[in-house]
Design a protein around this ligand. Sequence first.
Ligand SMILES: Cc1ncc(COP(=O)(O)O)c(C=O)c1O
Length: 477
Amino acid sequence: MANRAAGREVDQTEIKQLDTQYWVHPWEELETVGAQNRTIAGRGEGIYLYNESGEKLIDGPGGMWCAQIGYGRREMAEAIAEQVVKMPYNSPWSSTSKPAAVLAEKIAHLAPADLNHVFFTTGGSTAVDTALRFSQFYNNVLGRPQKKKIISRERAYHGSTYLAASCSGKERDKTFMDTDTENVHFLPSVNYYHFGEGLTEEAFCRAKVDDLEQKILQLGPDHVAAFIAEPVLASGGVIVPPPGYHRKCLEVCRKYDVLYISDEVVTGFGRLGHWFASKDVFDIEPDIITTAKGLTSGYLPLGACIISDRIFAQVSGERGRGVVFSNGYTYSGHPVSCAAALKNIEIFEREHILEHVRDVAPYFQKRIRELSAIPLVGEVRGVGLIGCVECVGDEPQESLAFHKAIGTRIDEHCQKLGLILRPLINMCVFSPPLIITRSQIDDMVGILDRGIRLTMKDIEREGIWKPGQDSAERAVS
Ligand SMILES: Cc1ncc(COP(=O)(O)O)c(C=O)c1O
């Protein structure tokens, strides 16, 4: 027992060794366990993470799209500690608590329209799972048990619980995993860059909305319970749908009495400069919104599924006689997580973080778009403080291995230069802490610029790649 690591000093080599031997990470590549060069995160402050050697790194992805207010906030630690000492846990079945009740009201107030009923979960997957299960439950209560199918989209990511994972549209992720293929159906990608095929954006939008309507008609409106969509597909590569897309999809959903679930696990809590993007950015009032991540800025796990009055009223009160929504978690409404969320929101309000995002986002978008002059860059896209620099990708012969190799190289160069990137294959995705300043944006974009150019030199030297005609022209213009 004496030589176990817990309770004694461990150095970097030992941390790596323990990590390799014992910790199975998300999306672990099992053939090469331990070969990934994961940063050993030791400390965080503002937009920076410090590794165990004390090197300062800009956190480009903001944790996992969640570090909104930045790291090292003492008042967050104090709010959390205070609640731990007062009451670390209470059963959400048999009791309630001040932090959870107050937070539920606050979320209802921040959410658009009549989305006033908050179901607390442990994170994003469980928020989505709750929303999906609610849509099926809802139809059972209304006496339409056949109205169960869920429509999602290619490249969507909605989580890792069974139903949420079933609604996630990355085929590669399903190679070794089972999913519900009976009740979950997919629409083609809304990525204009890859699939626009000579259409105007307006025509592309019409085609994408039509995909939804045709799918509902094909499955039969009486069989479709819900449509789930991220306002901006995040893990799918920061895909911003064409203008008007969500609004028109909502109209289609209303026409066929299909619930619209807006998955705001990434876009909620400031990423696009608003508490929620559904109404303020995309002009829709969905039936259900799911959120997590930025709700606590990643300080503690928490998620929420927010249901509209309109929908809730149909299955509760007189109409819900004898009905139980049999869904919940030991940690639903965890008082410490809720206290953290309340403090997080207080910081947002006091520091005018939403206003700050709206102020710096155009600069961020302008700076990242300048990178499209680099021949290795295929497309740059984004909105608010979320962006993606996709490297190459327009040559049909490019393989997954090639894309991965490029992403890994860029990542390694950037890491050495002081930026954590963690690309999604060949896509350098940014979702920095919302407190980032203009000069920090310059630092971040400057490092990526150098990282991509160094990679380009590497692969040109090795004869793996050379700039194509289009890309070369883009570099000159
Ligand atoms: C849009 C979206 N929904 C749901 C999830 C799942 O959230 P979690 O990882 O907290 O379970 C994610 C995670 O990245 C996400 O991006």
